[in-house]
Write a protein that binds this ligand. Structure first.
Ligand code: ADP
Length: 447
C-alpha cells in the first residue's frame, strides 16, 4: 500500500479523495494555487504545497510543479481526480518515469481513449456496440456523401480530438453535408490542433447511459452497473441517477457483461466509464472516460462500495476487493450538481457564501468543499457541491430529494438549487421519462 498520496486537484473532488486516503491510513499531500490557500482540502491535508498563481495552466496543470511537489514531500502516488491532468497520458508517463504511481490507467490506455476515432475502433474490436458510421477519419466530401447515404440522414460530424461537447456538427440532409464537414474540420483544427473528423448516425431521442467499469490490470474486469445522465445542458450533465429508469435487469446485466469483458480483454487498470447513447433498446458507444467521474457517488450509493478505495487498491497492486458476484444493486440514487450559477441563465456567480447549511438525515450525502464565509474564486469551474440522495426505490429517493432540497441553504451567491426544486416536482422527471434533449427544451419553455 502507498505511504503518501499527492492529490492533484481542488474543490469537492480533492476532499473526496482525501477522505478515502484518511480511511485507509495513507498520508496526504495537496497542491494548490494561491487562490485556494484557504480551501478545505488544504486545511484538512497532512501537508500542502503551493504550486503557482490562480490560472490552471500555471498551477493545477503545471506538470513540473506537481512532480517537484511529489519529490519534496516524498509522495509515492498521485490521484488526479477528474478534469485537469486526469486524462493526460504524458502526465501518467512522466510520473511513471519518476517512479511515482499514477492512480489511473496506463498512459497508453489514456491515449487510445483520448482519440475518439481510435477509441471507437478499439471498442468495436472488443465487441462493444458502436454508432454506425465511418471507420476512420473522413476528409473527402465524396466519401462523406457515400457514408452518409449508407447510414442515412441525419448524421453528425465529430472531431476525433473533441471533448466537452465541442467540435460537433449535425447535417440533416445531403444539402448540409459539405458545409458541416468543412466547418467541423476547421473548428476542430482551430480548437484542438487536429482537424481529423468522422461521421456517425445522429440519434434523435437517445438517453445517455454510462457503465462504470474497473479493471485490475491483470486481466480481470468488473462492472458496477449504469448511470443515466440524460439530463444535460450544453452537453454538461446536471442530474444523474442510478439505476437508469429506462433499463431492466436483463439489459443491465447484458451491457454490463459486455463492458466488463472488454475491460478484461484490454488489460485495463483502474476505474473507467464507458458512455453510450441508448435508443429503442439499443446501446451505441460514444466514448470512454479513463478516470473517476463527477457522478460516481450514485454508483457508490447503490452498491455500498467506495470507488476511490478500489482505485487506490488497484493502483497499489492489491487488486479489486470485490468479484462481479459480490456487487449487488440496492435501491435508487440521484445526484444534483449544485453550481454557483444563475439557475436560469447559467452565468457564473462567484463571490462569498455568507451562509451554508447542508441537509442531513437518512440517505443524504453532500460532497462539497465550501463553508460559510468561503469566497469562491472566479478562476475555476462553478461546481460548489453535489447532493446525493439514496432511497429503497425511485419513489422514496425522489421524496427524500425534495425534502433535502428544501433544507439546503446557500446564501450570498446564486446557485442552481432552484432549478432542482422545479425539476423534482415535474411529471416527466417523476416518471423517469426524458432523453438528452429534455432539459434544454424545458429551459426554453420556461424562458
Ligand atoms: P464529448 O467528449 O465532447 O463530451 P461525446 O462523444 O461524449 O463528446 O458526445 C457528447 C454529447 O453529444 C452526447 O452526450 C450527445 O448529447 C451528443 N452526441 C454525440 N454523438 C451523438 C450522436 N451520434 N447522435 C446524437 N447525439 C450525439
Amino acid at each position: 500500500m502507498f505511504q503518501k498520496i499527492l492529490i492533484a486537484n481542488r474543490g469537492e473532488i480533492a476532499l473526496r479523495v482525501l477522505r478515502a486516503c484518511k480511511e485507509l491510513g495513507i498520508q496526504t499531500v495537496v497542491v494548490h494555487s494561491t487562490a485556494d490557500a484557504d480551501a478545505m482540502h488544504v486545511r484538512l491535508a497532512d501537508e500542502s504545497v503551493c504550486i503557482g498563481p490562480p490560472p490552471s495552466r500555471d498551477s493545477y496543470l503545471n506538470i513540473h510543479q506537481i512532480v517537484a511537489a511529489c519529490e519534496i514531500t516524498g509522495a509515492d502516488a498521485v490521484h488526479p481526480g477528474y478534469g485537469f491532468l486526469s486524462e493526460n497520458a504524458k502526465f501518467a508517463d512522466i510520473l511513471a518515469a519518476h517512479n511515482i504511481t499514477f492512480i489511473g490507467p496506463s498512459g497508453d490506455h489514456i491515449r487510445i481513449m483520448g482519440d475518439k476515432i481510435e477509441a471507437k475502433r478499439t471498442a468495436k474490436r472488443l465487441g462493444i456496440p458502436v454508432v454506425p458510421g465511418s471507420d476512420g477519419a473522413v476528409t473527402e466530401e465524396k466519401e462523406a456523401r457515400r457514408i452518409a447515404a449508407e447510414i442515412g440522414y441525419p448524421v453528425i460530424i465529430k472531431a476525433s480530438a473533441g471533448g466537452g461537447g465541442r467540435g460537433m456538427k449535425v447535417a440533416l440532409s445531403e444539402a448540409d453535408l459539405e458545409i458541416a464537414l468543412q466547418t467541423a474540420r476547421s473548428e476542430a483544427g482551430a480548437a484542438f490542433g487536429d482537424d481529423a473528423v468522422y461521421i456517425e448516425k445522429y440519434l434523435e431521442k437517445p438517453r445517455h447511459i454510462e457503465v462504470q467499469v474497473f479493471g485490475d490490470g491483470a486481466g480481470r474486469g468488473v462492472h458496477f452497473g449504469e448511470r443515466d445522465c440524460s439530463l444535460q445542458r450544453r452537453h454538461q450533465k446536471v442530474w444523474e441517477e442510478a439505476p437508469s429508469p429506462a433499463l431492466n435487469a436483463e439489459e443491465r446485466a447484458h451491457i454490463g457483461g459486455v463492458c466488463a469483458k472488454a475491460i478484461a480483454d484490454l488489460g485495463y487498470s483502474g476505474a473507467g466509464t464507458i458512455e453510450f447513447l441508448y435508443e429503442n433498446g439499443e446501446f451505441y458507444f460514444i466514448e470512454m472516460n479513463t478516470r473517476l467521474q463527477v457522478e460516481h457517488p450514485v454508483t457508490e450509493a447503490i452498491t455500498g462500495i467506495d470507488l476511490v478505495h478500489e482505485q487506490i487498491r488497484v493502483a497499489s497492486g492489491g487488486g479489486l476487493s470485490v468479484r462481479q458476484e459480490d456487487i449487488k444493486f440496492n435501491g435508487h440514487a440521484i445526484e444534483c450538481r449544485i453550481n454557483a450559477e444563475d439557475p436560469r441563465t447559467f452565468t457564473p456567480s462567484p463571490g462569498t457564501i455568507t451562509h451554508f447549511h447542508t441537509p442531513g438525515g437518512l440517505g443524504i450525502r453532500v460532497d462539497s468543499g465550501v463553508y460559510s464565509g468561503y469566497k469562491i474564486p472566479p478562476y475555476y469551474d462553478s461546481l460548489i457541491g453535489k447532493l446525493i440522495v439514496h432511497g429503497r426505490n425511485r419513489v422514496e429517493c425522489m421524496m427524500r430529494l425534495r425534502r433535502a432540497l428544501d433544507e439546503f441553504v446557500v446564501d450570498g451567491i446564486k446557485t442552481t438549487l432552484p432549478l432542482f426544486r422545479d425539476l423534482v416536482g415535474n411529471a416527466d422527471i417523476a416518471n423517469g421519462d426524458y432523453d438528452i434533449h429534455w432539459l434544454e427544451k424545458y429551459l426554453a419553455k420556461e424562458e
